[in-house]
Write a protein that binds this ligand. Structure first.
Ligand SMILES: Nc1nc2c(ncn2[C@@H]2O[C@H](COP(=O)(O)OP(=O)(O)OP(=O)(O)O)[C@@H](O)[C@H]2O)c(=O)[nH]1
Length: 537
């Protein structure tokens, strides 16, 4: 897998990690906030429960006041035991107890007769339905306007229970409103079968509650609920709930969630951008390095542009450019050395002419050229006369000077397509491919004359000398041409030149043959040219 793909995989993993962390932190924060809010609601509901219990105890205290009133006891005694009218009781009771903050007062005689509070028929019924009160206690019953909390206590006079005193408080809408002002943040209500019956906020009457999620939801608000336990209430009494608005909390959490999404998105985008920048920064120099090494594998040393950037990869690239420069310089050096070596290998160090090794190399090509183009290869073999005597007289260095002088003469007077070789001590060769070998005889003669006319000079002493030459030719008709055959013929001619007195040029018969052939060929060509020009198109 390449680096680009890897970096993108790492970036993807980083984005997933970032998103996961953001979502986890959001969930954790939500859990903390929600559980804090639930705990707050539970405490508030417990305070309400305490308050209700306290109000029940207050009612009981009121019954204490009533049943312990001696005058009242005497009134009841007179009515119950002596059969007096209860009219006087009503005026006494009203005078004494009407200021107590309750909603209803009833006194029932031990036989169930209403002594006071005849208008509170529901309370009277509820009291009659209960077994006779023998102790100080609380109970609840239902009225159309809401649950009613009742405190009841037997009225005892001189050790005998004469009646039952009861005070009651209606826990309807107005009581609920007293418990919780309509701030909009909290709600207290009675519920039965999932429906709000009476509420501190009348707008919520009739609303359905979700007991499973413990929520009341309307279009604008939602409340979380906690039940307020009423220990003395039986199953017929609706359940009392305390509710706290979660709207603000939910809005806050939603806002936090949007931030979490936005941060995840921006974070992901940033990581993606960084990943892309990294890939781009890595890819350019890496691609350049790859291209360069590819070129190097194929034997090239390309020029790399240097970068101003100070990143490690760019510095590496600049170093690579330095290495390439150094390699190019070394390559040029090696090339020069190689060329020199090649030249040394094929040239004679004294005269600078090609040597015998190069002769072996070059001749197959010359023979092929002759056969292909129908031309003639001419070998002019030159040998300085009595060279041993020069050495003897002027020393070896004097002999070398003569050899160098002779070589210079040959170079200056040879033609462009002449190839010059030193093939032995004082033996030289001129090879030439031409359409007519005749010109080579003239060249040999010219060289011979020049040599005899221009003596070499060594240490101020003129050293006259002469040269003998033998010329042989190859016309491509002698079967496969070979250097040895050509050289043998030239050698024969040279031998003849030496034998016949030296300082002369002898042409081998192969050249006469070649010359005749060339002439005939020329004639044919000129004839065909003439014929062709006469021919009309
Ligand atoms: N100074 C010098 N002499 C060389 C070199 N190579 C060969 N010689 C000498 O050239 C001489 C050749 O002599 P010979 O082969 O007898 O021929 P010659 O004296 O020229 O006589 P002919 O060829 O018959 O005219 C020898 O004395 C070699 O030592 C060289 O590089 N430098």
């Amino acid at each position: 897998m390449n680096y680009t793909s890897r970096i993108f995989i790492y970036v993807g993993m980083l984005i997933a990690l970032l998103t996961g962390m953001m979502l986890l932190s959001f969930k954790t924060a939500t859990d903390i906030v929600v559980s804090g809010s639930r705990e707050h609601l539970r405490h508030a509901a417990m305070r309400k429960q305490e308050s209700v219990r306290h109000q029940g105890d207050e009612l009981l205290n009121y019954t204490d006041i009533i049943v312990n009133d001696l005058r009242l006891q005497e009134h009841i005694y007179i009515i119950v035991q002596l059969g007096a009218s209860s009219e006087a009781l009503a005026s006494y009771y009203d005078r004494q107890f009407s200021s107590l903050p309750t909603d209803a007062h009833v006194i029932l005689s031990r036989s169930g007769e209403v002594l006071y509070g005849a208008k509170y028929s529901r309370l009277i019924n509820a009291l009659r339905q209960r077994k006779k009160a023998t102790s100080r206690e609380k109970f609840f019953f239902m009225s159309p306007d809401g649950p009613v909390m009742v405190a009841v206590q037997p009225l005892v006079y001189q050790g005998e229970t004469l009646a039952t005193s009861a005070v009651a408080r209606l826990l309807g809408d107005s009581w609920l409103q007293q418990q919780e002002s309509n701030s909009g943040e909290y709600l207290i209500f009675f519920e039965s079968d999932g429906r709000v019956l009476w509420s501190s906020n009348p707008d919520y009457r009739g609303f359905q509650i979700n007991r499973a999620s413990k929520m009341v939801v309307d279009t604008e608000r939602s409340f979380y609920l906690h039940e307020v336990d009423l220990p003395e209430a039986g199953t017929e009494i609706p359940r009392l709930w305390f509710a706290a608005s979660e709207t603000r909390l939910i809005h806050m959490l939603n806002r936090y969630r949007y931030w979490a999404y936005a941060f995840s998105f921006l974070g992901g985008l940033t990581v993606l951008l960084l990943g892309w920048l990294m890939v781009r920064n890595f890819r350019r120099p890496l691609a350049q390095l790859m291209e360069t090494t590819e070129a190097m594998i194929h034997g090239r040393l390309p020029v790399l542009d240097r970068n101003e950037s100070r990143t490690e990869l760019d510095l590496l690239l600049n170093r690579f450019a330095d290495v390439l420069d150094a390699l190019r310089r070394e390559k040029a050096k090696v090339k020069r050395a190689h060329k020199k070596l090649q030249e040394t290998a094929i040239t004679d160090s004294l005269t600078g002419m090609y040597n015998r090794r190069y002769l072996q190399e070059v001749t197959p090509g010359l023979f092929a050229q002759v056969e292909r183009d129908g031309r003639y290869l001419t070998a002019i073999l030159l040998d300085l006369d009595y060279f041993k005597a020069v050495n003897d007289e002027h020393g070896h260095l004097g002999g070398d000077a003569v050899l160098v002088h002779f070589a210079r003469l040959l170079k200056h007077n040879s033609r462009a397509n002449d190839q010059l070789f030193r093939i032995g001590g004082e033996e030289f060769l001129i090879l030439n491919v031409s359409e007519n070998p005749d010109g080579n005889v003239a060249l040999a003669e010219k060289v011979r004359e020049l040599v005899s006319e221009s003596p070499a000079t060594y240490q101020g002493v003129r050293i006259p000398m002469t040269v003998s030459a033998g010329i042989s030719c190859y016309s491509g008709r002698l079967g496969e041409g070979s250097l040895s055959r050509l050289m043998r013929s030239a050698d024969k001619a040279l031998y003849e030149a030496k034998a016949s007195g030296r300082n002369r040029v002898v042409v081998h018969s192969s050249c006469k043959e070649a010359s005749t052939m060339a002439r005939k060929k020329n004639q044919k060509q000129s004839l065909s040219l003439v014929t062709n020009t006469k021919k009309p198109f």
